[in-house]
Design a protein around this ligand. Structure first.
Ligand code: ADP
Ligand code: ADP
Length: 244
């Protein structure tokens, strides 16, 4: 079953400048890109820096204005802005490279895991706390760490918190944007194992953005290679990576 279906996705950024703040240039970050991701599948997105990988991830989450068609589990999103994408926003969650940057240093990690569930009305009162504890156990953290602040965690632990937060809304798809790139190799392996375990348990699909071929080789079912905003090549991992 296809969970994500993207057709003719394009993203352009207008660069403004000068004293009149007029558009002085336009960047075609992503041009007519089409792909799909099946249930329980990991599609890896590779290509040199600036080729549009992150922009595709952000378009799926409605974080940048886009053109084209994005369908998630058969639901066509109605428009290019975040508000218009409301029907699919719970189904796609993102885990970023630097977990510190997406966390609030003044809030306990427990509050940050609970926040999206509260906003989406998924649980209330003591249910929220129970669910946060359950999520922490799932990602390999002790529930009594919920009352601590981000700076008390190691990089790998912070990434686990972000994964718990992403899972809190029971998404179908996780966009992992360089999610293990900042971690030591041994910690990387642990986080990748966790992501794989969660995929098997929940039937998750991943859009896995990475520049690290060893990581791609380990996680990807299929690989999509990009260059200057366009798809160069797409296919099963071994066909793409072992291509002479
Ligand atoms: P990658 O993730 O492959 O490194 P990005 O998706 O971050 O590439 O960027 C693709 C292109 O779009 C780059 O040329 C980048 O500079 C440009 N870009 C990304 N975000 C913006 C933005 N908010 N405004 C203007 N240009 C942007
Ligand atoms: P990545 O390669 O992981 O996307 P970057 O350092 O390229 O990270 O981009 C960091 C942030 O800056 C992103 O949110 C991206 O959209 C934005 N950005 C990238 N290029 C530009 C640009 N030329 N103008 C404005 N914002 C940009």
């Amino acid at each position: 079953k296809k969970i994500v279906e993207v057709d003719d996705l394009s993203v352009r950024f207008d660069i403004t400048g000068g004293i009149l703040n007029r558009t002085i240039a336009r960047v075609h970050a992503v041009e007519n890109v089409s792909f799909h991701i099946r249930e329980r599948e990991t599609l890896a997105l590779v290509g040199e820096s600036g080729c549009g990988k992150s922009t595709i991830g952000k378009a799926l989450l409605g974080l940048v204005p886009w053109d084209g068609s994005i369908r998630v589990d058969g639901v066509q999103t109605r428009g290019r802005s975040r508000a218009m994408m409301h029907p699919v926003l719970r189904d796609i969650q993102m885990v970023f490279q630097d977990p510190g940057a997406s966390m609030d240093a003044r809030m306990t990690v427990g509050e940050q895991v609970i926040e999206p569930m509260r906003v989406h009305g998924l649980a209330r009162g003591s249910e929220l706390q129970d669910r946060a504890e359950w999520l922490f156990k799932r990602v390999g953290l002790s529930p009594d760490m919920l009352s601590r602040y981000p700076h008390e965690f190691s990089g790998g632990q912070r990434q686990r918190v972000c994964i718990a937060r992403a899972l809190s809304l029971s998404p179908k798809v996780i966009v992992a944007d360089e999610s293990v790139s900042a971690l030591d190799v041994s910690v990387q392996a642990q986080v990748l194992d966790l992501l794989q375990e969660l995929q098997e348990e929940d039937g998750l699909s991943y859009l896995f953005i990475s520049h690290d071929m060893a990581v791609i080789d380990r996680v990807a079912d299929r690989v999509m290679v990009m260059r200057l905003g366009q798809v160069m090549e797409e296919g099963p991992r071994d066909a793409v990576l072992r291509d002479p």
